[in-house]
Design a protein around this ligand. Structure first.
Ligand SMILES: Cc1cc2nc3c(=O)[nH]c(=O)nc-3n(C[C@H](O)[C@H](O)[C@H](O)COP(=O)(O)O)c2cc1C
Length: 274
């Protein structure tokens, strides 16, 4: 372990830097621990070939049974980015990022394959197919995030792309059986507005050994609430803790910003979800 790793761990958990986790000094692990979402981008276009490298990294992720049931729509057109920003809860940074990637759970390619071979592909009608496609897309996207960060770029996911899934599908010309699960803004971080590492829950609340055991959870969550309040204050966004945030985020359907309609929307988009 070098001097860097304990301080990265301290930032990750918002604790004193004397943490005794036995992590090796390793550039990949250090890069993972140093992740932070970036929402302030320089306007510069990305170097030629960046999109293709990110796509190759994303395609290098494992994929369930090699079905590769996901697709990527890369958006750089300013008007289209602005409309996607509007559809995604008016998050202005989406329009300012030079590259916006929509990660698509995509069963349509397999549907087309089936049509060419006279196969009804009934397996794609089940909820399981949507889960497979979603897991594949999520694994691929995180590979793209890690690759982007390795290139000195910043990223932020945009789950708000699901606020209006059918309008987004129309904007991106998605075929039936494809839905944009989330977006990813990619760009060069603006050094005038640097992002910080956001602490995570203590491992006592997340990591279980042999069997699930929530005995230590309440104290760990209380500790984390204090940690996150201090972090939020340090970021100038008031004393926002985790507990209050989660209670309001999950309180009712209204808190889902339209995503409470996801099941019927998915069915209309060509996922039967049997
Ligand atoms: C699937 C997904 C969707 C997200 N959607 C949004 C979003 O719409 N807007 C936003 O500002 N951040 C979004 N985020 C970023 C999270 O808020 C962020 O990852 C989390 O607060 C932890 O911060 P960090 O990434 O800086 O560690 C999303 C993250 C994920 C994984």
């Amino acid at each position: 372990m070098d001097a860097e790793t304990p301080s990265l761990l301290a930032a990750r958990y918002g604790t004193a830097p004397d943490t005794a986790l036995p992590l090796p000094a390793n550039p990949v692990i250090e890069a993972l621990l140093a992740h932070r979402s970036v929402r302030a981008f320089l306007p510069d276009a990305l170097p030629a070939g960046t999109l293709e490298i990110l796509a190759a990294a994303a395609q290098s992720a494992s994929t369930s049974s090699n079905v590769q049931a996901w697709s990527l729509v890369a958006v750089t057109e300013p008007g289209l980015k602005a409309r996607l920003a509007e559809l995604s809860g008016r998050q202005a940074f989406i329009a300012r990022a030079p590259l916006f990637l929509a990660f698509v759970a995509d069963t349509s390619r397999l549907r087309r394959l089936g049509a060419r071979h006279g196969n009804p592909m009934e397996g794609l009608d089940y909820l399981e197919a949507f889960i497979v496609a979603s897991v594949d897309a999520a694994l691929a996207s995180q590979n793209a995030v890690v690759a982007a960060e390795a290139l000195g770029l910043g990223t932020v996911y945009v789950g708000a792309l699901r606020n209006k899934p059918e309008e987004v599908a129309a904007e991106l010309n998605l075929p039936p059986g494809a839905v944009a699960l989330f977006g990813l803004c990619v760009g060069r971080p603006d050094p005038a507005a640097p992002a910080s590492v956001k602490p995570r829950l203590p491992q006592a609340a997340v990591l279980h050994r042999e069997r699930y055991d929530s005995a230590a959870e309440e104290a760990a969550v209380a500790q984390y609430d204090e940690t996150l309040k201090a972090f939020s204050l340090s970021q100038g966004i008031g004393p926002a803790g985790w507990v209050g945030r989660m209670l309001s985020r999950m309180a009712d359907a209204a808190a889902l910003h339209g995503r409470d309609g996801m099941k019927p929307a998915l069915r209309r988009l060509g996922f039967p979800l049997r």
